[in-house]
Write a protein that binds this ligand. Structure first.
Ligand code: 3H9
Length: 700
């Protein structure tokens, strides 16, 4: 392997190139190479200035995350940055691609920064449960002021080169990376510009020094979004240290806070989530080079809530989409909802009117199924009933062009049976969007027994284009996400009959970090949907197992949730706040009496375990059956599809942090107390007995 950092001279400028694919992360060899190169440039008599740039597609994407948790190998990044800033000759960073985290921190230690127009810079450490730990929280506020720095550091979002120029993060935009960087360095030398050491300039901190109040305001402003997270608050503390303390003391404080974050379970969980998301896209028998169908046009069957949301995904990505309905009224209603959704985004200032018009212009409604003839992908989003779906697929088979992908948005039905209605089951795949489909990031791709590799690769490429995080699931009732949810909801309802209240269960789940508990969630989604599914499957229900009739009885009273003003809670007109309802309590008590259940006071710890351990137990089955390829895929599904707190890493990672022995012991105890539904999954028992975690499991 060639050296990850090269040094060469172009005239009197030393060009130092970091070449450590894929993203030039600051591994120990890169740190060594950078340090040696800067020392060499400083002592090379023929050199008057240095330029640091990235080889390949990007500048430096940050510290090498894979090194975290291993014993630190010298030189540390601080040592490298000290050498850069202390260089007696100007050092210029020339940025392309992304300068992120430690990568941006390298540039902030340089005396000047230039960037090509497409470059982006940012400090995304917070997304990994960390804070910039190599001076970023001390230097950035000294360039752009504390308030702007807080926004960048706490959001972790990158800014584009033009914005970086406006903020003063970069000094000049250059057309050509290397030539522009070298020319800029020569100009600095020719004009005898000073060595701009960011650490030595304090003027930008003056406003925050005279008025520190905005820090508290900022804390309040992120309270909702950052609920439960540690790192955003540590980031604020670090920026506050930049304002309060001299540079070197601020740096020491930053280092302490960085260490606190790094050693927290939260950063381990968030780093797990980072890699899990990337791992999920690797399908062993569908290599990256698998042929894909180019998606130029799409069609969606059904203009309901899901169909409309799915169509918006295409339009947002610039893909023309035809929405097919059976009745004009339903089509008009569906398209009106789409228009309303876009208008609301425009109103919030997150979309321009011109963009809204452009996107709406890409969506065409029709009553003619023949219009799907041109589509490269058709996504069916009709009523969740097998007979209806099969009829649609038989008709699609007759009209869709050869090579088109035929996808179903079913959330529970058998993809193979749907595919059997066609003559081309290889082209059929499940694309399970989550509601609202235009907002939720997760897309569960469901592989049928005959789904072709090209179909999977095409659907995956589409997912990437429309900005979804995707996971591949095998075909079974509920796939990964909804199959696991079944036990969660079952236990939540049983807990009510045993003595808990909807508000207690919801509070426990909310405090754990999910956006909402099961009952508030049910009221939001609408209780009639589950009621309909339960009625459809009533003949399959085992009479020998406990069943809670409470949800059905609420529906029988017309309580469908928020939309009818009452469900598990009641709602004041125009207000979405759930209000506990004695009427619901009566239904629960009645049901408990009928089943001979003596209600008792139930502790929060039991509620948490009874609700969340079914996810783990069922997750273990899903893993062993190969419905999910890896435990981390289940974590991705739950983080992006169900709001499982990212700082806990997903249900399977969380189980590993608890220790599978302890989880398994509780599952066994619940099995003894509550019977068959709690039968411990064989894989859970095996791993627990062997002292292993889900992370150690690889399917044979
Ligand atoms: C930090 O800097 C701390 C400092 O403040 C303090 C230190 C003292 N390390 O995403 P992709 C891998 S914390 C190791 O698919 P893209 C990634 O896993 C860091 N590996 O590509 C994948 O591997 P594989 C702050 C990394 O083009 C491959 O590279 N920086 C790292 O869609 C390609 O990645 C960040 O948080 C890394 N830092 O996106 C930036 N980054 O092929 C994190 C990536 O085996 N990275 N990999 O699956 C990103 O946001 C995106 O990767 C990036 C490229 C935008 C750079």
């Amino acid at each position: 392997m060639s050296a990850p950092v090269s040094y060469e001279r172009q005239g009197s400028v030393a060009v130092i190139t970091v070449d450590n694919p894929p993203v030039n992360a600051l591994s120990v060899d890169v740190r060594k190479g950078l340090l040696e190169s800067v020392i060499r440039g400083a002592s090379d008599a023929a050199v008057t200035a240095m330029v640091i740039l990235g080889g390949g597609r990007t500048f430096i994407a940050g510290a090498d995350i894979r090194e975290f948790g291993k014993p630190p190998a010298p030189p540390g990044l601080h040592e490298v940055l000290d050498a850069i800033e202390a260089s007696p000759k100007p050092v210029v960073a020339a940025i392309h691609g992304t300068a992120l985290g430690g990568g941006l921190e390298v540039t902030l230690a340089c005396h000047y920064r230039v960037a090509v127009p497409s470059a982006q810079v940012g400090l995304p450490e917070v997304k990994l449960g960390l804070l910039p730990g190599a001076g970023g929280t001390q230097r950035l506020p000294r360039i752009i002021g504390a308030e702007a720095a807080l926004k960048m550091i706490v959001s972790g979002d990158p800014v584009r080169a033009d914005r970086a120029l406006a903020l003063g993060i970069v000094d000049e935009i250059v057309a050509d990376l290397r030539a522009g960087g070298v020319a800029f360095a020569e100009k600095v030398v020719a004009e005898r510009r000073p060595l701009k050491k960011v650490s030595a300039s304090d003027e930008k901190l003056a406003p925050a020094r005279s008025n520190p109040a905005p820090f508290d305001e900022f804390r309040r402003s992120i309270a909702h979004q950052a609920r439960g997270f540690l790192a955003p608050y540590k980031c604020i503390e670090a920026v506050q240290a930049a304002v309060r303390l001299p540079f070197t003391e601020g740096l020491t404080r930053e280092r302490e806070l960085f260490r606190e974050c790094l050693e927290s379970p939260q950063s381990r969980a968030q780093i797990h989530a980072f890699f899990a998301e990337r791992e999920a896209t690797k399908i062993p028998d569908v290599p990256r080079e698998t042929a894909v169908t180019a998606i130029k046009t799409a069609a969606v069957i059904g203009a309901g809530t899901m169909g409309g949301g799915i169509a918006m995904n295409f339009a947002n990505a610039g893909i023309p989409v035809t929405v097919v309905e059976t009745a004009q009224e339903a089509l008009d209603r569906g398209l009106a909802v789409v228009r309303k959704n876009y208008a609301a985004t425009v109103e919030k200032g997150r979309l321009s009117q011109a963009d809204m018009d452009r996107r709406l212009g890409l969506i065409t409604g029709t009553l003619d199924l023949g219009a799907v003839r041109e589509a490269d992908i058709v996504i069916e989003a009709v009523f969740e009933e097998m007979a209806v779906k099969k009829e649609v697929f038989a008709r699609l088979d007759a009209v869709a062009r050869p090579g088109a992908v035929l996808a179903t948005n079913t959330s529970t039905l058998d993809v193979d049976e749907i595919a059997s209605a066609t003559t081309r089951p290889g082209a059929v795949i499940g694309t399970h969007f989550f509601s609202p489909a235009n907002v939720m990031r997760l897309l569960e791709l469901v592989r049928g027994a005959k789904t072709a590799r090209e179909t999977i690769a095409t659907a995956a490429e589409l997912a990437r284009r429309i900005g979804k995080v995707w996971v591949l699931a095998g075909n079974c009732d509920g796939f990964i996400g909804n199959r696991m949810l079944h036990g969660y909801l079952r236990e939540a309802e049983f807990l009510l009959e045993e003595g808990a209240t909807p508000q207690q269960v919801d509070r426990v789940i909310y405090d754990f970090g999910l956006p909402m508990g099961p009952f508030a969630m049910g009221d939001l989604a609408g209780l009639d949907v589950g009621w309909r599914i339960r009625k459809g499957k009533a003949h399959l229900r085992r009479k020998d197992l406990r069943h809670s009739p409470v949800a059905d009885r609420l529906c029988e009273q017309g309580r469908f949730g928020q939309k009818t003003g009452a469900g598990w809670y009641r709602y004041e007109k125009g207000n979405r706040t759930p209000v506990p309802d004695p009427e619901v309590e009566k239904v629960i008590e009645q049901s408990a009496r009928e089943q001979g259940i003596t209600r008792r006071s139930i502790g929060d710890d039991e509620i948490l375990k009874r609700c969340l351990y079914p996810l783990i137990n069922e997750g273990a089955r899903i893993l062993e059956e190969g419905i999910a390829l890896r435990a981390s895929d289940i974590d991705v599904t739950y983080i992006y599809g169900y709001g499982f707190p990212r700082y806990r890493g997903g249900p399977m990672f969380w189980a590993d942090t608890l220790g599978l022995k302890s989880v398994c012991d509780d599952v066994v105890a619940f099995h003894t107390a509550h019977g068959e539904p709690w039968t411990p999954a064989p894989l859970l028992v095996r791993l627990a007995t062997e002292g292993k975690g889900f992370r150690d499991y690889a399917r044979p």
